[in-house]
Write a protein that binds this ligand. Structure first.
Ligand SMILES: Nc1nc2c(ncn2[C@@H]2O[C@H](COP(=O)(O)OP(=O)(O)OP(=O)(O)O)[C@@H](O)[C@H]2O)c(=O)[nH]1
Ligand SMILES: [Mg+2]
Length: 313
């Protein structure tokens, strides 16, 4: 077995199997490997853009993976290297959606400028946002120019993952009208760009209007998210989405990066909290093999009392 340092060296030198293995270790929160990540030359620490990290979020089946596939093609057409991370927030009991993603992006396998990988956080309570931030550091150090992070839904865990992105594309479909009504504030908070996908179906125009109105009402002095339409399955509108994402990045830089810095700051705080949760869980597991565990199992201690004893020890 390779040590963490050698594994990372190989991954950075372009060895894909080493990269895949390193990512598996990140998923498990391997201490030696994650410590090694801290020593990498991560370009993003100096500012946004290299690599440009784009979060792609939206309801199940909105066409995120289809868009990611088209995004890869556009990016390769201009010679840039791109990595796609499909974050799998499902519990180990309900997983499985990822296989479809793999198959969908299969036409790019064999292209050394493309790397596609799913990420789950099995065994890490702190979960996905810390693992995702660590993975992005690794892909950054490995020299990818663009990193696309696909997550399903627009809830708390997805927001956490989105804090690692420079630019967030919220992908909706003509069927998403109700979601937009109920989640309007949350969507506006997270979106850098709105994309109404499946614009080949009826109802796209009215959703575009609804979103445009919501954006206009919310518009302040900062970045105003454009509302675009796309048909990811045939690539229509995809170049405009890439252009809008690049424009958002350029705005972040030109405006003294207020948006970018705020996201990064929240992301760092959340990553810290996640890592503390991981550590606490590991510590508590160790405590279970001793007297505390025996008393808990025998019913001499209730879980809350055991928690008090463990946290004060
Ligand atoms: N008509 C139409 N169908 C589309 C379009 N984009 C994607 N689809 C189809 O929508 C279905 C779901 O697409 P995916 O790309 O898997 O969607 P997803 O958002 O990644 O789904 P999850 O990862 O499961 O949340 C597939 O059958 C696609 O072929 C589009 O622009 N128009
Ligand atoms: Mg998908």
């Amino acid at each position: 077995m390779l040590g963490a340092t050698e594994l990372l060296d190989r991954a950075l030198a372009g060895d894909r199997r080493a990269l895949a293995r390193a990512i598996s270790l990140i998923e498990r929160g391997d201490r030696a490997l994650c410590a090694g990540l801290g020593r990498l030359r991560v370009r993003r620490r100096d500012g946004p853009g290299a690599p440009h990290v784009v979060g792609l979020t939206g309801p199940p089946g909105a066409g995120k993976s289809t868009l990611a596939d088209a995004w890869i093609a556009e990016t390769r057409a201009v010679g840039l290297r791109i990595a796609v991370v499909a974050v799998d927030p499902s519990s180990p009991f309900s997983g499985g959606a990822i296989l479809g993603d793999r198959i969908r992006m299969e036409r790019h396998t064999g292209d050394p400028g493309v790397f596609v990988r799913s990420l789950s956080a099995r065994g890490r309570v702190g979960g996905l946002s810390a693992a995702c931030a660590e993975l992005i550091d690794l892909l950054d150090a490995a020299g990818f120019d663009r990193i696309l992070v696909e997550t399903v839904g627009v809830g708390q865990s997805e927001l956490a993952v989105m804090e690692v992105a420079d630019t967030v594309v919220v992908l909706l479909t003509p069927e998403s009208g109700d979601t937009v009504q109920t989640m309007k504030a949350g969507l506006l908070e997270v979106a850098s760009v709105f994309a109404v996908n499946k614009a080949d179906r009826p109802g796209a125009e009215s959703l575009v209007r609804l979103l445009a109105q919501a954006v206009a009402l919310d518009a302040g002095v900062g970045w105003v998210p454009p509302v675009l339409r796309a048909v990811s399955s045939n690539g229509e509108g995809v170049p405009d989405l890439l252009a809008a994402a690049s424009a958002h990045l350029a705005w972040c830089v030109a405006a003294g990066r207020p948006d970018w810095d705020a996201r990064r700051a929240e992301g760092r705080v959340r990553q810290f909290l996640d890592l503390v949760a991981d550590e606490a869980r590991a510590g508590a597991r160790r405590a279970l093999v001793g007297e505390l565990g025996a008393d808990l199992r025998a019913g001499r201690l209730d879980p809350r009392a055991a928690t008090r004893i463990w946290t004060s020890s």
